[in-house]
Write a protein that binds this ligand. Structure first.
Ligand code: FES
Length: 92
């Protein structure tokens, strides 16, 4: 089963198999996403907003450390921690 990721700003819809991080998928598809810490969930630089499909039950401890509760409720996630499992719409 493939899932669709709609990168709004880049105006791209990419179909992938679930299981990789959003940062990994973005890099593989030439969608710029800053990652100063190299994808180790330490800098917060890969923060993205997910408009649809965000599963809040999956939030990692690192995301709780780097994102405020308010930002999490607004749909922000760390792309290097977010494992894509279903169709999503992202602000990048
Ligand atoms: S790349 Fe640094 S927190 Fe994701």
């Amino acid at each position: 089963m493939v899932v669709k990721i709609h990168f709004k700003k880049s105006n791209k819809v990419i179909e992938v198999f679930p299981g990789n991080t959003l940062l990994h998928i973005a890099k593989e598809n030439d969608i710029f996403m800053p990652s100063p810490c190299g994808g180790n969930a330490r800098c917060g630089g890969c923060r993205v907003k997910i408009f649809e499909g965000n599963d809040l039950e999956d939030i990692s401890a690192e995301e709780y450390l780097k994102l405020s509760d308010e930002k999490i409720q607004e749909g922000y996630r760390l792309a290097c921690s977010y494992i894509v499992k279903e169709d999503i719409v992202v602000d990048r």
